[in-house]
Unconditional design. Structure first.
Lengths: 217, 253
């Protein structure tokens, strides 16, 4: 009698990324890409520093087009962001995914990177991931608030004053953008290094063994 | 997009008028840059048209939101004399040598639309009206800003004086340099909106809009028309030079 020993035992898969998180993630990815590429075109119209972004990497074709993209995509970004934050708080997603987060755990995982021993289990964030995700959420909030101050420096002048007025808000907006771009580069580089993290961001599911045994990255 | 002088020239490119026109035409024809095409791979021209329609619809939506956000009593921040930007940048859709030259003796401001007394105004008559000064920040759509001192007639006072229909939706401006723009009535009546006759305590120089400009510290720079030839009040959306090409119409600060 033939055995099916060549078929590995099927481990049940489990949901590691809830549907809401996956949907808002990809809407956010689109919105933030539009905001960054159009924002670079707007920056080029009056550069804050002695460099410009290559116009081939920008969106909108000219300043007016870039502004149209920027001020259209901002609604998508903010509406999607509100859904994400409400879901994260109400469902306990933040509490279970990002906390507890202690300085000792961050330090451990940080030195772990250099020893090649940082754990990167699907569905569970290590301390460095938790820290990076919290930072990028804060940066997104700073980006939206500084953006409001640049758009409406008269109506929101009290908020703008906290950032050093209109010109200060431009700088805050720029550096928060730079921080988000830095996050995206690390985020995408890690997906390239650990490609099995990509599929669950679409399907939501990962094999149970990839969660229990983990991987030594 | 536009030319400017001073420290900004070092930081940004200053295309000639031909390049501006070319860029504008490219925008109208192709609408989208490489970045957009990357996002829209596989789409045909119709889809790109659909994108354009969506972007314009969003800009109209943003006009409405800004109308709601606009607080008619909220004043733009004012600054001390020491904060004034020197030199204040020149900025227009043409070069400095194309600034219109206006004979102050022959100049007459024309009035049109929903205004009771459409009698034209001479410069002397405008100077005889009550004058106020403000030191406020001019914010350009390009992103840069500069602080200046403007003196002139509160626009609300002028509109009341000529019997404008203050319940109408728009105030439109036609300028001697063929520029045109329009604003909402709420902004026209804002206490800091000013029919400006002087800059830095002297007659308004040609490069800042002689003989008269409209200073609106609650709107982006391109909503502050220079060399005004005619003011009219209307309920029909009048658009504007940059607005018709894609800049947001309300553009409130």
């Amino acid at each position: 009698m033939a055995t099916s020993s060549d078929d590995p035992p099927r481990l049940p898969s489990v949901v590691i990324h809830p549907l809401v998180v996956r949907v808002v993630h990809w809407i956010n990815a689109f919105a933030i890409l539009v905001m960054i590429l159009s924002g670079w075109r707007i920056y080029n119209a009056s550069a804050l520093f002695p460099f410009q972004f290559p116009s081939g990497l920008t969106l909108g074709g000219w300043l007016g087009g870039a502004l149209q993209w920027h001020f259209a995509a901002m609604w998508l970004l903010v509406a999607n962001g509100i859904v994400y934050v409400l879901y994260g708080v109400i469902s306990g997603h933040y509490r279970s995914s990002f906390f507890p987060l202690t300085p000792r755990a961050i330090l451990n995982d940080f030195t772990g990177v250099f020893r090649g021993r940082l754990s990167h289990r699907l569905g569970t964030y290590n301390a460095l991931q938790k820290l990076l995700y919290l930072i990028v959420i804060l940066l997104a909030i700073v980006l939206v608030l500084s953006g409001l101050c640049i758009w409406k420096p008269v109506q929101f002048q009290s908020l703008a004053a906290l950032m050093g007025g209109y010109e200060g808000a431009r700088l805050v907006h720029f550096f928060a953008m730079a921080g988000v771009v830095g996050f995206i580069m690390i985020h995408v580089a890690l997906v390239i290094l650990v490609p099995r993290t990509l599929l669950p961001m679409f399907s939501g599911r990962a094999p149970r063994d990839s969660i229990s045994s983990g991987g030594g990255y | 997009m536009k030319k400017r002088s001073g420290l900004y020239t070092a930081l940004t490119t200053v295309p000639s008028k031909q390049i501006q026109l070319l860029e504008r035409r490219l925008f109208l024809k192709h609408s989208l840059s490489l970045g957009a095409l990357v996002l829209l791979t596989g789409c045909d021209v119709t889809d790109v048209d659909a994108v354009q329609k969506t972007l314009w619809a969003m800009s109209k939506w943003n006009d409405r939101v800004q109308g709601w956000l606009f607080n008619p009593n909220k004043l733009a921040p004012v600054y001390p004399e020491s904060a004034i930007t020197k030199p204040f940048p020149f900025n227009a859709f043409y070069d400095e040598d194309e600034i219109p030259m206006v004979d102050p003796e022959r100049y007459r401001l024309a009035l049109g639309g929903l205004i009771r007394d459409k009698k034209p105004w001479s410069l002397a008559q405008l100077h005889a009206l009550p004058q106020v000064s403000q030191i406020t920040r001019h914010v350009c759509v390009e992103g840069w800003s500069a602080i200046g001192k403007w003196t002139g007639v509160p626009f609300r006072h002028f509109l009341e004086r000529v019997g404008a229909d203050l319940t109408a939706k728009y105030v439109g401006f036609k300028c001697l340099d063929d520029y045109y723009t329009s604003i909402d009535m709420a902004t026209a009546l804002h206490p800091q909106t000013q029919l400006t006759l002087m800059y830095a305590d002297r007659t308004l120089p040609a490069k800042y809009g002689f003989p008269m400009k409209l200073r609106i510290p609650t709107k982006l720079g391109f909503k502050n028309p220079k060399h005004i030839a005619e003011i009219y009040v209307t309920n029909v959306y009048p658009g504007g030079y940059w607005e018709d090409m894609g800049y947001n119409w309300f553009s409130g600060l």
